[in-house]
Design a protein around this ligand. Structure first.
Ligand SMILES: NC(=O)c1ccc[n+]([C@@H]2O[C@H](COP(=O)([O-])OP(=O)(O)OC[C@H]3O[C@@H](n4cnc5c(N)ncnc54)[C@H](OP(=O)(O)O)[C@@H]3O)[C@@H](O)[C@H]2O)c1
Length: 264
């Protein structure tokens, strides 16, 4: 069984990824060490064999795979020689080259989960350095599939784009939902009812879209062809150029991800 050490594993994303992986047996409690600055992260009680530490060097010494899940501003405080280990980083804006130089490592995987990992519904693109082995890639795919859908991609430029598209995506959906709620409230609907309605709308609409045989574009076309009230709404949104602000937002988030990655 792969011995995994997760630096920052007691944090929000670390736990969202680790608890499903433990539940699915992708990692065994006795093969997992998590570190945090406090050394005591809540949430691992169902797996009493999981070790907790403040000592990242001890964590790394005992691990085949070291996962990095600290905030970017906390990375400089972590100086370790991880040569010979697989590094998996879920950190935004820290490039493969930067990780290789900091930690003297050649086998590196970068992944970009999103907040839905907590519900096992993340979309998690990942890419591997050229020295990562097939076994490294199989481990990453299994690990990230436990908290959603893993998808191998080819380049860091794509990872920067996905940092915007799906990494930031849950916040963009929340912004769309909030715009709908504000409109409903402006039309006199009570805020509580509007919020409940729009939450249920996103849940139902997402569930329909997730397993529909139609693509999103085909769903839109089907409603346009039906020529009812929905078509009137879709046509007005298209006439108001709904796509441009969405593209602007994605471009800005991707540019920030790319700028951060280049700066390191
Ligand atoms: N949140 C998301 O939706 C999301 C999505 C994709 C990627 N990410 C990436 O995930 C990373 C972590 O984000 P997060 O939201 O999980 O942050 P978080 O909740 O603040 O967790 C970070 C963890 O790192 C620990 N830590 C900080 N410095 C440490 C050190 N020197 N040694 C050991 N542990 C240390 C903290 O420990 P203490 O609690 O003891 O201070 C904390 O548990 C970030 O790089 C972010 O870019 C996040």
């Amino acid at each position: 069984m792969t011995r995994l050490g997760v630096i920052g594993g007691g944090g929000w994303l670390g736990k969202a990824l680790l608890l499903p992986a433990l539940a699915d047996g992708v990692i065994a409690g006795e093969a997992l060490t998590v570190s945090s600055r406090s050394g005591t992260a809540a949430g691992f009680a169902p797996w009493p064999a999981v070790r907790q530490t403040k000592d990242n060097a001890a964590l790394a010494g005992d691990a085949d795979v070291v996962m990095l899940s600290v905030r970017p501003q906390d990375l400089d405080a972590i100086t370790l020689d991880l040569s010979g280990k697989l590094i998996i980083s879920v950190m935004a804006m820290v490039s493969l080259d930067d990780l290789a130089a900091r930690f003297k490592a050649r086998r590196i995987i970068r992944a970009m989960p999103n907040a839905a990992a907590e519900k096992r519904l993340s979309f998690t693109p990942w890419l591997a350095s050229s020295d990562a082995t097939d076994a490294d890639c199989v481990f990453a795919e299994r690990f990230f599939n436990a908290s959603g859908q893993a998808q191998r991609i080819g380049t860091e430029a794509e990872l920067d784009y996905f940092t915007a598209l799906t990494g930031s995506g849950p916040a963009f959906l929340a912004a769309f939902a909030d715009a709908m709620i504000s409109d409903a409230v402006a039309k006199g609907i009570g805020r509580g009812i509007a919020e409940r309605a729009v939450r249920q709308l996103f849940l139902g609409g997402s569930a329909l879209m997730a397993d529909s045989e139609q693509t999103p574009a085909e769903i839109v076309q089907a409603f346009l062809d039906y020529a009812g009230t929905t078509a009137a709404g879709l046509e007005a949104m298209a006439a108001a150029d709904i796509r441009t602000p969405i593209a602007h937002g994605l471009r800005a988030a991707a540019a920030k991800a790319a700028a951060g990655t280049r700066k390191q």
